[in-house]
Design a protein around this ligand. Structure first.
Ligand code: SAM
Length: 530
């Protein structure tokens, strides 16, 4: 065998990777020790703040904003400053002789290689390096020449990679788990399916990554390898077809007091540790016995964490609403691991929280009562999801809440006055014959309480808003406050994205006095989707 075809040496074991010093977020640090110190800063678009990572630029503005609106004790959790990103999507471009795996340069589609990225969990960088060696050195020489994707031509095989790190290995002492995180690798492949002619290359690449990263005496870097098939000429990262190739199928993390299953196709928080801190804070504000609507729920992590840690017993319901059907399986697996002692009704609904149908506009009350009963995906007005919950948690994407949901929340006092309680779900379900409604019901998951439930006839008295988009949060917050339906009660910030100007906000609203319909202002203008 010529020397050149020998596989490269295995990557260093993950435990040899060290974190930057003085990363203790609780001690006050001089600004230089909180510097990013990343060689890719400026060329890569991922980070925009180089110094004082413990104080994102937006923090002063946020503190002032909350003070102005009656919250003078806004707190900020600085969290882990480096190596915090446990989930990333990286573009693969360049050529097989000069491959690039990284992020786009600001405002362009030129990919910048970021092998020493300081915000990635270090094992993501090791996995990227392994992938590069496999893809572009070894396999090229063995005549399985894998080409990075070429956007202009639509040619090449490897378009993107997603790397997600699980830090939940109970065989290790708790203090060792984070740095020994294992990487779930998803290869986004430029073909329709696994039966396309290039599948031999895909399998060779997956096998290479697995061979050098699978569990062994020296190293256990790779958790699993997945493929996603995408041929769209647009820059949508994922296609609809996912295949598990190697390693463990189930990917578990432990956050908010529960074991959470996350499929690569489901939404997952990038900063696992900071998310855990947020969930712990959130739990303190939810009284035992409350019913919760978790909107923009992903795999239902927030709702399920509340169901378990608030020891929800009979009478409580947790309702999760999410538009991405891929999250359903993760929700079901997570539910399978929650303790049997949790006796409340838990449901996950594949639905767009914001949809207002013609029927809603004509007869909103009738619609929300009916849709509550039949779980009909296309007839859901935002109000139907709120009905019967004491607390509504919203965790929307960066663009903020959908205008229809925001307007419903603004109008809650007057809607509550007019509302009729829902009838018996069972009667309606039995009579339901319409196939499209029955199909929509199949998209939902319902775990019934063992004890009989009284449907609460209330609309939420508490709104918990989790936000990653500061500007959209401010806009939504002002709109809620101006309706007088809500008052701001408390707010906390979390350093979810050190190196960027963003923070994650956890804000609590209580019901306000409301206003008469004459004084009611219209909600915010329709936002552009992002
Ligand atoms: C920021 S993520 C939060 C997910 C979840 N709360 C978590 O922490 O894992 C926002 C989620 O909202 C979903 N989403 C976006 N628009 C939606 C809509 N109109 N209705 C329901 N879900 C939506 C996205 O698919 C995504 O899973």
């Amino acid at each position: 065998t010529p020397a050149a075809v020998r596989p490269p040496p295995a990557p260093p074991p993950p435990q040899q990777l060290s974190f930057p010093p003085n990363a203790n977020p609780t001690s006050p640090l001089p600004s230089l020790t909180c510097a990013l110190q990343c060689p890719h800063f400026q060329s890569c678009s991922g980070c925009t703040q180089e110094f004082n990572l413990h104080r994102p630029i937006i923090l002063d503005e946020a503190t002032d904003f909350f003070k102005k609106h009656g919250v003078s004790d806004f707190s900020f959790d600085t969290c882990r400053l480096w190596g915090w990103r446990c989930r990333t999507k990286l573009a693969v471009r360049g050529s097989s002789t000069d491959p690039l795996i990284g992020l786009y340069e600001e405002g362009t589609h030129n990919v910048v290689d970021i092998p020493e990225c300081k915000v990635h969990h270090p094992n993501i960088n090791v996995a990227v390096e392994l992938l590069k060696k496999g893809t572009f050195l070894v396999l090229r020489i063995t005549e399985l020449n894998i080409e990075p994707y070429d956007e202009d031509q639509g040619t090449g095989e490897l378009r993107y990679v997603q790397m997600a790190v699980t830090t939940y290995d109970t065989s290790l002492p708790a203090a060792e788990r984070y740095k020994n995180g294992k990487v779930q690798v998803t290869l986004v492949w430029n073909s329709r399916s696994e039966s396309s002619p290039s599948s031999e290359k895909l399998n060779a690449l997956a096998n290479f990554v697995w061979r050098y990263g699978r569990p062994s005496k020296k190293v256990h870097l790779i958790h699993s390898v997945w493929a996603n098939f995408q041929t769209s000429p647009k820059s949508i990262i994922f296609g609809n077809r996912w295949r598990h190739l190697l390693g463990e199928r189930d990917f578990w993390e432990h956050v908010g007091g529960i074991d959470v299953s996350l499929a690569p196709s489901s939404f997952g928080q990038a900063n696992t540790r900071a998310f855990d801190s947020l969930l712990q804070k959130l739990q303190k504000y939810v009284p035992v016995g409350a019913s919760v609507a978790d909107l923009y729920a992903g795999a239902g992590v927030i709702g399920l964490s509340l169901a378990v840690t608030r020891k929800c017993r009979q009478g409580l319901s947790v309702k999760c609403v999410e538009v991405n059907k891929e999250s359903k399986l993760s929700f079901e697996k997570t539910v399978d691991r929650i303790p049997n002692s949790i006796d409340c009704s838990i449901s996950w609904h594949c639905a767009d929280t914001s949809i207002v149908t013609k029927m809603d506009k004509e007869d909103n009350l009738q619609c929300f009562v009916t849709s509550f009963i039949i779980d009909f995906q296309h007839a859901q007005a935002p109000l139907s999801w709120l009905w019967g919950s004491d607390i509504v948690v919203v965790d929307p994407p960066r663009k903020g809440m959908d205008p229809s949901l925001l307007n419903t929340l603004r109008a809650i006092p007057s809607l509550e006055k007019k509302a009729k309680p829902p009838g018996s779900p069972l009667l309606k379900e039995k009579d339901e014959k319409r196939p499209w409604i029955l199909r929509a019901k199949e998209a939902s998951v319902q775990i019934q309480s063992k004890t009989t439930q009284e449907d609460s006839q209330l609309l939420p008295k508490t709104l918990i808003y989790i936000s990653r988009g500061w500007n959209s949060f401010k806009e939504d917050c002002m709109s809620l406050l101006s309706s007088k339906a809500w008052v701001l009660d408390k707010a906390h910030g979390f350093n979810f994205f050190p190196g960027t100007e963003s923070i994650e906000v956890l804000a609590f609203f209580k019901r306000g006095p409301g206003v008469s319909s004459k004084k009611k202002k219209s909600g915010k203008k329709k936002k552009k989707s992002s």
